[in-house]
Design a protein around this ligand. Sequence first.
Ligand SMILES: Cc1cc2nc3c(=O)[nH]c(=O)nc-3n(C[C@H](O)[C@H](O)[C@H](O)COP(=O)(O)O)c2cc1C
Length: 162
Amino acid sequence: MKALVIYDSQYGNTEKIAKAIGKGFTGDVKVKKVGDVKPEDIAWAKTVIIGSPTQGGRQTAAIKAFSAGLKADSFTGKRLAAFDTRIKGWAKIFGFAAPKIEASFKDKGGNFTAQPQGFIVKSAKGPLVEGEEDRATTWAKAIAAGVPTSQMQGDYSQKTRE
Ligand SMILES: Cc1cc2nc3c(=O)[nH]c(=O)nc-3n(C[C@H](O)[C@H](O)[C@H](O)COP(=O)(O)O)c2cc1C
């Protein structure tokens, strides 16, 4: 499976989750920071997973600029999923990055096959809560296998949506 994981990260936690997601896919996987993604990477990928730290209740400016710069049909025929990292509690007040990433990519032709997912950090600089990297790998495996994430065990449900 040709999977591309695109992420932004200020303190490294979202990068760790992106790499853990990459481990969930077998076959060809690329894990790239948003500024390093080339148009040929997107053309190559069959599955694209996009993630960002939640900052001010949304994705980072770099992720926003990336989605704004894509052509309308960039993701046609590809499976997509969005994730973020966040601090538990804050997200309830300001919202989450992942649903906003999903919204910003919906008009690019892709098909979101998984619920947007949040992974938890203990404070702004991290570290991640124990087990979150494993949970990310499990989430990716389910996406790779085509399992609807609403049917997965754990916190993969509507709970993490706005
Ligand atoms: C400027 C700023 C704003 C933030 N706003 C939020 C927020 O609205 N909600 C939230 O849950 N976490 C918020 N956080 C915490 C980030 O989600 C946390 O720093 C991030 O998950 C760490 O990921 P990273 O190591 O990849 O940068 C904020 C952090 C920063 C630095």
